[in-house]
Design a protein around this ligand. Structure first.
Ligand code: KG4
Ligand code: ZN
Length: 351
């Protein structure tokens, strides 16, 4: 089975071609990504209008490149998949409409993929991870702990009630004048800072649920920074280290709680899987290893290029769904909001 996948929900314009054997083994034939980071950098975050326009300009070329690199023709595809949400609606419309046009013109099935489902299933493309597993998804737009029981069968165990973790890193970087995207810059500063200098809160820690809240942490950091302004280089490093340590502690506590819920409601997970740009952070990676070790599960961490937004994960989720006979009508609607627990393993009408 050969599937084209299109991703345009945020600030990456991406297309990929992925194959899947009848036994469920995946292979990436091409994976082309165009990042818009430079177009959003001066604003310190993604500007939806700029993103949508950039997707329109780039997408046809990116798809042509993905098809050429995979050496396949539209005729030889078994299906066309696009992220139909959740995300910035302008971008989602661009990607989904393009997929519909290709599917219609070439008489191929359309698969409207939930972007979060694509993150959730990536471990099966890279590591053939069996169900059920626990997913920690942490990016600029999402922070969730999920039970992945099967294709279309997700149990949301916890999530953020305000900012995503990556967003909190980005806002911290902006506040400290470090640039965008903030995660890698804050991590770099933290490496030479004193994590014990500022007493920042560990929001939600100790609660029985597996939810996150990060906006209070961000505010606490701002107050500490204002108290000692103007900031020296060492102040910035110490603030970053203290912030990162607080996030690490929160992730440890919330994941332990999420895994406890997983075992009560699903059973023993085959693995703890991470996804999203935040998983690139070494301190966070370390704590993920630790909580996985505590429950005797393996930590599955797909390579960074497949943890962050990409077309291969959309194509793969499309392949997994098509293998179950799940396709979507050409009038399926794009969705800005689309919680994963609404993604049933049944054909949707999109209405
Ligand atoms: O998954 P991703 O590439 O894009 C989406 O948000 O969908 O994640 C990007 C996010 C940004 O917020 C970025 O600051 C964060 O992941 N990030 C990091 C690190 N690298 C990227 N956060 C903390 N530490 C890092 N090393
Ligand atoms: Zn994503």
């Amino acid at each position: 089975m050969i599937i084209l996948g299109i991703e345009t929900t945020c600030d990456e314009t991406a297309a990929a071609v992925v194959s899947r054997t009848a036994e469920g083994r995946g292979q990436i034939l091409s994976n082309v990504i165009l990042s818009q980071i430079s177009e959003h950098a001066e604003f310190g975050g993604v500007v939806p209008e700029i993103a949508a326009r950039a997707h329109v300009e780039a997408l046809d070329h990116i798809i042509a490149k993905a098809m050429a690199e995979a050496k396949v023709s539209f005729e030889s595809l078994d299906g066309v998949a696009a992220a139909a949400g959740p995300g910035l609606i302008g971008g989602v419309i661009v990607g989904l409409t393009t997929a519909k046009a290709i599917a219609l013109a070439h008489g191929k099935p359309l698969i409207a993929v939930n972007h979060l489902e694509a993150h959730a299933l990536t471990a099966r493309l890279t590591d053939a991870t069996p169900f059920p597993y626990c997913l920690f998804l942490a990016s600029g737009g999402h922070t969730q702990i999920l039970g992945v029981r099967g294709v279309g069968d997700y149990l949301r165990l916890g999530g953020t009630v305000d900012d995503a973790i990556g967003e909190a890193f980005d806002k911290t970087a902006k506040l400290l004048g470090l640039g965008y995207p903030g995660g890698p810059l804050v991590e770099k500063e933290a490496a030479r800072g004193d994590a014990a200098r500022f007493a920042l809160p560990r929001p939600m820690a100790g609660r029985r649920d597996a939810d996150f809240s990060l906006s209070g942490l961000k505010t606490a950091l701002r107050i500490e920074a204002q108290k000692i302004a103007p900031l020296s280089d060492q102040d910035v490093a110490d603030l970053c280290a203290s912030f990162q340590q607080a996030v690490v502690d929160v992730v440890k506590d919330r994941l332990r709680s999420g895994l406890r819920m997983f075992r009560l409601r699903v059973g023993n997970p085959t693995a703890l899987v991470c996804a999203g740009g935040v998983a690139a952070n070494q301190a966070i990676r370390k704590v993920l290893h630790r909580v996985a070790f505590e429950i005797g599960a393996e930590l599955v961490a797909p390579p960074p290029a497949l943890c962050t937004d990409n077309g291969a994960m959309i194509a793969w989720a499309g392949a997994e769904r098509l293998a179950l006979g799940l396709t979507d009508p050409l009038d399926v609607a794009p969705r800005a909001r689309w919680p994963l627990d609404e993604v049933a393993a049944t054909a949707r009408t999109g209405r």
